[in-house]
Design a protein around this ligand. Structure first.
Ligand code: G3P
Ligand code: CA
Length: 375
């Protein structure tokens, strides 16, 4: 090939390349995730592998870890005596035997219990009753876990080290929890810089740059998380409703006549495009690296909310140089739908299924891994 042609071609391609760079100045979602040390796409084990084992317990987190999930997701609360622990609900009724052990306090918020009191509760048996087809004797008597214990689990498998994906749950109930979280993560060495080689390994998310991701629905908590831990990736969770994106329709569920909440939420949408966009822009301005939007699920159910992962929404978020991690999806049909719409990671209760979908199947079955861990 004549040299002059090569030079011209090179010049032309540089010019074209420059033109492209100007048109899309933000890195691709995949490049952004890699830079942050966040797997792309990311498998976020929602309350652990909580389809197969009681949510937020050692059984669920060990299973998620051993399956090869990228992140152990948790909802963070603080006990009366100041210990950080994982629990989704505001009170203990659904997932523990609080009504038997503390009948007069059964409706009390979990944060009105000391950690010693919380540790007396059985956080596993409810699962056996609710899901007899997935019940196991080993789930009886499982305990509520402290953040320290979840960190131990995350570090406990030499072959796979997942990261932590931590939500400040109802943070207004826990003034200063962002600072407490920082102190704990710092004490445990989870805020220390790490080598770039480790960050590139899917087996060692928990040892790389993206080993912790922080998430919240609350603007004020996002701001405090950014103040306390500016170097840690943060996600602003989104939904349509009070305290988040303003809906187009003000009709309440009770007024709607809809047969269930999933049907109602599926019809809910942001007031307009600008309303959605301003939440994403706000998240970016406060230092978030992405958003965690809800999804409308094909089968409905109590995890089905408004569809906030429409292609234009994901495109807008990507155009801001941000990632999209959607919650909470368990079925292949929906994995495919949100993937086609452009998301960068999925919260799932079924880490085993999502790993299969992403062509990263676990080396052993759910049953085998549960048995290996004594359940
Ligand atoms: O944290 C993302 C997702 O978990 C939000 O829903 O209510 O399960 O915490 P929730
Ligand atoms: Ca959560």
């Amino acid at each position: 090939m004549p040299v002059s042609f090569t030079k011209s071609a090179l010049l032309l391609s540089l010019m074209l390349g420059l033109g492209q760079a100007q048109a899309t100045s933000e890195p691709s979602p995949s490049a952004l995730a890699t830079r942050l040390g966040i797997p792309h796409p990311a498998v976020i084990a929602h309350r652990g592998a909580s389809f197969d084992a009681p949510e937020s317990t050692a059984a669920a987190y060990k299973l998620a870890r051993d399956l090869g999930a990228d992140y152990l997701e948790m909802d963070l609360q603080r006990s009366k005596d100041g210990v950080l622990f994982a629990l989704h609900d505001n009170n203990l009724q659904r997932t523990t035997d609080v009504a038997t052990k503390f009948p007069e306090r059964k409706d009390s918020p979990a944060n009105e219990f000391t950690i010693a009191e919380l540790k007396t509760l059985d956080a596993g048996s409810w699962f056996n009753t609710a899901y007899p087809d997935r019940a196991r004797p080993g789930y009886v008597g499982l305990k509520i876990l402290t953040l320290d214990e979840i960190i131990d689990i995350a570090q406990g498998n030499p072959l796979h080290k997942p990261g932590l994906y931590i939500e400040t749950k109802e943070p207004k109930q826990f003034p200063g929890i962002e600072r407490d979280l920082k102190d704990k993560l710092q004490d445990r060495g989870w805020l220390s810089p790490t080598g770039s080689k480790l960050a590139k390994s899917n087996l060692a998310v928990g040892q790389g740059k993206g080993k912790v991701v922080l998430q919240t629905f609350e603007k004020s908590s996002l701001e405090l998380l950014e103040k306390e831990m500016p170097q840690v990736p943060k996600i602003l969770l989104l939904w349509v409703g009070e305290g988040s994106i303003e809906p187009k329709s003000k009709v309440t569920f009770a007024e709607s006549g809809d047969k269930d909440k999933a049907t109602y939420y599926a019809k809910q949408e942001p007031k307009d495009k600008a309303e959605f966009q301003q939440w994403v822009e706000y998240a970016k301005a406060q230092g978030a690296i992405g958003t965690g939007p809800s999804a409308a699920l094909t089968k409905g159910g109590d995890q089905s909310y408004s569809d906030l992962v429409k292609p234009w929404m994901n495109q807008f978020t990507h155009d801001q140089g941000m990632l999209v991690h959607v919650y909470t999806i368990d079925d292949a049909v929906d994995y495919q739908k949100v993937t086609d719409a452009g998301v960068d990671g999925i919260f799932t209760n079924r880490a085993s299924e999502l790993l299969k979908f992403y062509k990263r199947p676990a080396a052993a079955s759910v049953a085998q891994l549960l048995q290996n861990n004594g359940y």
